[in-house]
Design a protein around this ligand. Structure first.
Ligand code: ACM
Ligand code: ZN
Length: 753
């Protein structure tokens, strides 16, 4: 062990000193430094790579006091201090690979191809100190290449639209971290965003909606502010060229057969019923989809794809394929006739027919399709690649069938999820995916054999924008999680090191600040979790910082005036037994973390002993029974730590500690039927003074609405023990999503007053 320690220290120092994200495959620090205060000349070995020379000259000119020179190699004599760029020079290097050698008076960068040269330049760019810092580079040798060929980021420009300037800025961010694929989600129910010359209504009508959904999904509230936008073909070409100059392939997504309301609103004859249809204001999944029985639908889509393929030169065209309800097809004469004439046994096979027909067309033009994992249902198109988003199963199945796969499981790759405690984050769709969780992601599913694993092309971070309205919000959700994914996809698995990554990220964040990138600092968010305190009626509030280290806290009593609160360094759980609000945040040299806040409200049941007849389902049982009496009323932002979930009834008993007057008793339940969450069928109350004999007390009333519902009984009585007998609804009734499956029942805070 004594030998290991100094070595580890050295590694940490080396990576901390060079601060590269993603960490190179091989990095070897050398003594000495290259002086950046003296004049530097860039020498390129061929005319072909003059653009890369020009790019580096611009990067160095922005960072250095002296404008660098640029010249074509003229023979064996080099300038006094130089950066030498050479390509293609190294047949041994894998695709996109490069070698960078920084010595005291020379820097040489050789690469397998121009993409490798570009990555080497971006490594050099990341190594550059800020203008104020010591103007030199550490001497080193780097030999580097990516682990995966598909290192992607997605952007949904349909739910909210982002202009060309921002799309370019987003591409710059991808390039900085050696991502090489930009998946541009261009068509949706809420907007069609790409000009198609042959079908002008797709953007004249389809790019505009009459309002947008606002607030949490469960509220179903909409504004009536007209909203929209689209890219002209000229703008698309500009973006594609901009990305190509950064060795990024743009993969366009044209959704079919579902998520097509904007297209149907433009050309109603493309739907099964003929409409009329509207560009949707709200989020979700809609029953109206492209008709699969109508040949003219395929003609239109082929025309659209012909224009799309002319704009996007990459090999893959994304055709969507996700979340396509089959309702309309079941009652459409044309769709049913198609099924009959083609011997298709169900609507899944009809979807498969749809995708295969489109694939045949795309293949005939020399391109390939990629689609979301639903394209596996009913039979996978022969040459299709699969984007596995509903977990990893789709990716595993496709790889076993020898199809290429891009992994984007919601659990690790959906950057529209919360990245810190939802209570302290801007409204998001749900989920909880920290930067550390992204960093822990392994794209190759464990169940694949090595010969199957080679079909995993890589992975991708998805940025869906229902709750992401502005460019700075996109940056907040994408950064720094994209940096973690970039390292997962580039760096050899054996070199992955979360602690080292966090240190390097910490050094990168000020640079992102200087670039005016609105990176999230949720990594430094203090988490605040209540636990049962030492005595009944007491909560122990635990505060933690995932990155470790000390942080400040304040504790406030009503009226929660921050100015009157004392500031302390957190050292141990804070024990409280009456209404309090706690704040925690980190403040260090150059870093102020976001302030995390939690307000705890006490009633007669708070932090009292509680028993359950049946434990919650393991998926929704983060904090155990205590969650129901932890002083926090669960909010609409559905947080797994605040709601407990059952798929059956439960009896809950709380011990108030002594016989008390009782006037109001209630328990919260969530009504979110689109997520299969239904309120209980009924809640009956009984009370007891000894915990053995319970007498019926009454039935709780509820004003049913969406979101949180309180089942409340207002009745005067005396009790030490209060019992809730909560009856589950059983199966989800017809007419609701998931009909026929057992309903979820989500319960939260109990109140006794
Ligand atoms: C998806 O998130 N519907 C692919
Ligand atoms: Zn139809």
């Amino acid at each position: 062990m004594r030998f290991v320690l100094p070595f580890l220290l050295l590694c940490t120092t080396a990576s901390a000193q060079v601060n590269l994200i993603p960490l190179p495959a091989n990095l070897d620090l050398q003594p000495g430094r290259f002086d950046l205060t003296k004049p530097v000349t860039i020498v390129v070995n061929s005319k072909e790579i003059m653009p890369e020379g020009e790019l580096l000259r611009k990067i160095l000119a922005d960072a250095l006091p002296v404008e660098p020179g640029l010249q074509l190699e003229q023979g064996p004599v080099f300038p006094e201090q130089f950066v030498y760029l050479a390509v293609p020079s190294d047949a041994e290097l894998p695709k996109e690979g490069y070698k960078l050698r920084i010595a005291t008076t020379s820097i040489t960068l050789s690469a397998a191809d121009r993409a490798g040269l570009y990555h080497g330049i971006s490594t050099l760019e990341q190594l550059l100190p800020g203008k104020e810092a010591q103007a030199s580079l550490p001497c080193l040798n780097i030999t580097d290449h990516p682990r995966f060929p598909w290192r992607g980021m997605h952007l949904d420009v349909c739910r909210h639209f982002f202009d060309v300037d921002f799309v370019k800025r987003y591409i710059d961010l991808l390039a900085r971290y050696k991502m090489n694929t930009f998946h541009w989600h261009l068509t949706e129910d809420q907007g069609w965003r790409i000009e198609i010359k042959k079908y002008p209504k797709l953007t004249e009508v389809g790019a505009w909606r009459s309002g947008s959904q606002v607030g949490p999904y469960s509220r179903r509230e909409y504004d009536s502010v007209p909203y929209g936008g689209f890219y002209t073909q000229e703008q698309i070409k500009e973006v594609v060229a901009y990305a190509a100059a950064r060795h990024i392939t743009v993969v366009p997504e044209i959704e079919m057969p579902g998520h097509a309301m904007a297209a149907l609103a433009s050309y109603p004859q493309l739907g099964c019923t003929g409409g009329p249809y509207e560009v949707q204001k709200g989020w979700g999944v809609f029953d109206d989809v492209f008709c699969a029985g109508n040949d003219s639908v395929f003609t239109v889509l082929e025309d659209v794809l012909t224009e799309v393929m002319a704009l996007f030169p990459g090999q893959y065209i994304h055709i969507g394929g996700d979340e396509c309800p089959k309702e309309r097809w079941k009652t459409c004469a044309k769709c049913q006739a198609r099924m009959k004439s083609n011997g298709l046994k169900d609507e899944h096979e009809l979807q498969s027919y749809f995708i295969q027909r489109i694939e045949k067309f795309v293949n005939s033009k020399g391109r390939k399709i990629i689609g979301w994992d639903e394209i596996l249902e009913g039979g996978l198109a022969p040459n299709a690649a699969v984007m596995s988003w509903r977990g990893t199963e789709g990716g595993v199945a496709a790889a076993k069938e020898k199809h290429n796969v891009v992994m984007t499981p919601g659990s690790h790759c959906y950057f529209d999820h919360y990245q810190g405690d939802p209570a302290n984050e801007p409204l998001a769709i749900g989920g909880y995916t920290t930067v550390q969780k992204v960093y822990s992601y392994e794209p190759i599913p464990a169940e694949l054999k090595p010969e199957e694993a080679k079909y995993i092309l890589g992975a991708q971070g998805n940025v869906w924008t229902e709750y992401i309205l502005r460019p700075e919000n996109v940056e907040y959700m994408a950064v720094p999680r994209m940096l973690a994914l970039a390292e997962v996809l580039w760096t050899p698995k054996a070199k992955r090191d979360e602690k080292g990554f966090i240190v390097r990220l910490e050094n990168e964040l000020p640079k992102l600040d200087a670039m005016k990138v609105n990176a999230s600092k949720s990594l430094y968010q203090v988490s605040i979790r209540p636990k049962q305190g030492p005595k009944p009626g007491e909560i122990a509030v635990e505060m933690k910082l995932a990155t470790g280290g000390s942080f400040s806290m304040t504790e406030m009593a009503p009226p929660y005036d921050e100015r009157m609160a004392g500031l302390a360094v957190y050292s141990a759980p804070v024990i409280i037994n009456s209404d309090r609000e706690l704040h925690g945040w980190i403040q260090r040299e150059g870093l102020t973390g976001p302030i995390a806040k939690r307000r705890f409200l006490f009633n007669k049941a708070t932090a009292r002993p509680i028993t359950l007849s049946v434990q919650p389902n393991e998926r929704y049982n983060d904090g155990g029974a205590f969650t129901l009496v932890d002083g926090i009323t669960a909010q609409e932002k559905r947080v797994s730590t605040e709601w407990l979930g059952w798929r059956e009834g439960v009896t809950i008993t709380v011990d108030l500690g002594s016989v008390q007057d009782v006037r109001t008793v209630s328990i919260g339940a969530l009504n979110e039927t689109y997520s299969w969450i239904h309120t209980p069928e009924r809640v009956d109350l009984s009370v007891s003074e000894d915990g053995k004999t319970f007498t019926p007390f009454g039935s709780a009333e509820v004003k049913a609405g969406v979101g949180r519902n309180a089942f409340t009984l207002e009745k005067a009585g005396k009790a030490r023990f209060v019992r809730f007998t909560v009856k589950h609804r059983g199966k989800i009734p017809e007419g609701y999503p998931g009909a026929g499956n057992p309903a979820w029942m989500f319960l939260d805070e109990i109140e006794v007053r």
